[in-house]
Design a protein around this ligand. Sequence first.
Ligand SMILES: *Cc1c(COP(=O)(O)O)cnc(C)c1O
Length: 380
Amino acid sequence: MYKLMTPGPTQVLENVRMSRSLACTNPDLDTEFVEFYKETCELISSLLHTKNETLILNGEGILGLEAACASLTEANDKVLILDNGIYGKGFADFVNIYQGVPEIYHADYKHTLNVDDLAAYLKDHHDFKYATVVHCDTPSGMLNDISRICPLLKQYNILTVVDSVSAMFGEPLDVDQFQIDLLCGGSQKAVSAPPGLTFVTISDDAKKAIKNRRTPIASFYANLKLFENYYETKWFPYTMPISDIYGLRTAFNNIAADHKLLNRHKIIGEATRNTLQAAGIKLHLESGFSNTVTVFDTPDQVHTEWILDKMKSEHGIMLAGSFDDLAGKVIRIGHMGANATISNMIETLSALDTVLRELNVSLHVSLSEYFLHYVNSNPA
Ligand SMILES: *Cc1c(COP(=O)(O)O)cnc(C)c1O
């Protein structure tokens, strides 16, 4: 077994794994399970600082994104796609599948989305039913300022669909204050449960838009409306994955009890970036650094696979490369959720230091020593 230091799936703590082995009831017939599901949804809403309803759906993160788009999109609806990363651009596919018309707002892939530029664009272009935004675009580690982007879109009555799968609980997120209509999360990133579940928070405006559709939602599995009266009728659209939800609940209990979680992400993110730069390693981005993942360019004289293979086979640690245009060009360290501890980072950076030196990459500092020094002089 490798120590996972990938930007999802992340490490799963023992109490989450144990919860997944609890005795099972019939989730369709046992009304206690409906209560448990609803309480878990309410816990998620409270941790995301929202009065909006949360629904847990039986599929990994992608299902949440598709369900948001499927439930909002009707034929010929215009949708603004904010694109400064691979996931950002990917939303256009869902809009196309459901016969909407995506308008891609393309921005620099090395910089956080410039909100002033977007504001200028929206002055003359704001006839959109909704817009899609990625909070942390994981393949590059790009963080976008949804605290400013979503309220700006709402000024034009544009609904917002936010993918925060790899940012939530590692980056500050206040759904009501940021005015997010549909927020999508997943179990396998900072939440630190195994892959398999997604959850979506739904605002009243989004519910209204779904209710006022002229045509039915063109999906069953990705249809948020099917859950409308689940609690009153004690009936789910399909049988809920009870063990997955037991595990998810414990993962959220862990988050609720961990009052230093966000602060730890901030310190670790900053310390990791500072350490790599001090060593002479080039960070991939110019701005918009998420504290959940650090992405650096593969040094010139080596191959990405050499580093990843040595980290695995000689140190038992799994880091990630990336995909699409970034395949073979960068390395990603996922320091989110249960991965995000000082000791995990010391172990990872110490191994990375050894691997890079063995591959004749010169480093100006010792990675683990610099990191530790940084953390100790900037305590959480
Ligand atoms: C991980 C992730 C998802 C979910 O996709 P998976 O197929 O589960 O990896 C969606 N959006 C973002 C930004 C992610 O990082």
